[in-house]
Design a protein around this ligand. Structure first.
Ligand SMILES: Cc1cc2nc3c(=O)[nH]c(=O)nc-3n(C[C@H](O)[C@H](O)[C@H](O)COP(=O)(O)OP(=O)(O)OC[C@H]3O[C@@H](n4cnc5c(N)ncnc54)[C@H](O)[C@@H]3O)c2cc1C
Ligand code: FES
Length: 284
């Protein structure tokens, strides 16, 4: 087996894919909250993806095919090789050993990050409540994993096709208002979901973490592309994060920077589509 062989690849839904990758150096050192940077082939971009689990020398990733590189990744099959997997990168989650009650909230593809976090929190002796949500039943991922790990699990769908109808913030609000002691909350999902959901815990003064996903290039704190403003200070998400105090994040700054390369991303998709047409014509 090659160094970065895909040992298992499967579609979890129409747009979300799961892969187990043989990456011994990454798997042996990875902790909850960390990510890797994948270089699928010599030509494509390097894509940061959260490590959502490990098993011996293999790591698990789950990704949404949204653009050029993730769509390319989605075409790869079991047995294919990736050019490079760098990691583990970033700081591990701030999990306390003891008897804290923690709530882990995942939305959409952000649920990919929750099993490894829930497992680490549980192994450290904490009481773990999971809340996972998706737009509809078909887009829900890792429910079985989370059910097996968590002491309690709430599932939501925006359209009510499964579980509780509504956003993941609903059960979180109910838990906060129930008067139960909640020591820490993690929220992982799209920017807007994290921004809105973290407002639920603010009035209760509950320490809340979010995992930020600004555009990253080197992942080592050198290029400055992943800078975010947290508590009025500039931080690099790749080395200072990606997890930060949700109540201190400047969300507008983050979302503006995430949109910076929309034109180039569109161009890249068009370029790849054109290349595809050319290759087919040659075959004809
Ligand atoms: C620490 C971290 C962990 C992540 N974990 C996951 C995960 O587990 N699953 C998942 O589906 N996605 C994850 N992402 C987002 C993922 O990296 C982007 O979806 C991916 O890079 C898109 O690349 P593309 O070429 O397919 O799409 P593009 O068309 O290039 O971009 C689509 C969108 O993805 C974002 N993006 C593009 N390039 C980057 C980049 N280099 N760094 C960050 N964001 C980028 C931009 O917001 C852009 O609008 C994570 C991002 C970060 C920073
Ligand atoms: S990705 Fe370059 S500094 Fe963080």
């Amino acid at each position: 087996m090659g160094k970065y062989t895909i040992v298992q690849a499967q579609a979890l839904s129409e747009a979300v894919f799961e892969m187990w990758i043989h990456a011994p150096q990454v798997a042996r050192h990875a902790k909850a909250g960390q990510f890797c940077i994948i270089h699928a082939d010599g030509a494509g971009e390097r894509v940061p993806l959260t490590i959502s689990g490990t098993n011996g020398d293999d790591i698990r990733i789950a990704f949404m095919a949204v653009g050029t590189t993730t769509k390319l990744l989605a075409t790869l099959k079991t047995g294919d090789e990736l050019r490079d997997v760098a990691g583990p990168l970033g700081m591990p989650s701030d999990i306390a050993r003891g008897s804290e009650t923690v709530v882990i909230v995942g939305g959409g593809v952000g649920v990919a990050c929750t099993p490894i976090l829930a497992e680490a929190a549980k192994d450290a002796g904490n009481y773990v409540i999971g809340i996972i949500g998706a737009r509809n039943r078909d887009l829900l991922i890792f429910e079985d994993d989370m059910r097996a790990i968590c002491d309690e699990l709430y599932v939501t769908t925006d359209d009510g096709s499964y579980g509780i109808k509504g956003f993941a913030s609903g059960p979180l609000k109910e838990l906060c208002e129930s008067g139960r002691t909640i020591d820490k909350v993690w929220i992982i999902g799209p920017g807007m979901m994290m921004k809105v959901t973290s407002e639920v815990t603010r009035p209760f003064g509950i320490k809340t973490y979010v995992s930020l996903n600004p555009v990253m290039v080197d992942g080592t704190g050198m290029c400055g592309s992943c800078r975010v403003t947290v508590g009025g200070e500039m931080k690099f998400a790749c080395v200072d994060g990606p997890e930060f105090d949700a109540h201190e994040v400047d969300w507008n700054d983050l979302m503006t920077r995430q949109r910076m390369y929309l034109a180039e991303e569109k161009q890249s998709m068009e370029f790849r589509a054109e290349q595809h047409v050319c290759r087919c014509r040659k075959v004809e």
